[in-house]
Design a binder for this molecule. Structure first.
Ligand code: RB5
Length: 146
């Protein structure tokens, strides 16, 4: 299960990604802005990340205007490793090396075709583990020290 959410600036791209998820029979929970009206991306990130930390979903897709604000907010949530990606190389390597559990994109930055390719890459790539596990553990350690 994945969770997908956006603010108003990411709303249109969220709709396009949802159509893509449906046509690929990928189950999702939708959160955040439901009609394109103005809302605050930190609250959307918090609401969507709670779906992951509660165990209802194992990955998330978050969209705001640039993808920056929503990724900043998501990364404040314990256990979330959110990656802002603009190309498939980033989407692939943030899974392989960082074990990212949230993909962030900018609805004012990237078009729907490219965004859906990022989603497919992100969802189909497994974490490599090995030396990368140690580094991910070091991220968690920083989190636990705060
Ligand atoms: C909303 O106008 C915009 O600031 C927001 O979607 C996002 O881009 C913030 O980082």
């Amino acid at each position: 299960m994945i969770v997908i959410a956006s603010d108003h600036a990411g709303y249109q791209l969220k709709r396009e990604i949802i159509e893509h998820l449906k046509s690929n029979n990928i189950e999702f929970i939708e959160k955040g802005c439901m009609n394109g009206e103005s809302c605050d991306y930190p609250l959307v990130a918090k609401e969507a990340c709670a779906v992951i930390t509660s165990g209802q979903a194992d990955k998330g897709i978050l969209v705001c205007g640039t993808g920056i604000g929503i990724s900043m907010a998501a990364n404040k949530v314990k256990g979330i490793r959110a990656a802002l990606c603009t190309d498939t190389y980033m989407a692939r390597y943030t899974r392989l090396h960082n074990d990212a559990n949230v993909l962030c994109m900018g609805g004012r930055v990237i078009g729907p075709g490219a965004a859906c390719e990022l989603v497919d890459t992100f969802l189909s790539t497994e974490f490599e583990g090995g030396r990368h596990q140690r580094r991910v553990d070091e991220i968690t350690q920083i989190e636990n020290e705060q």
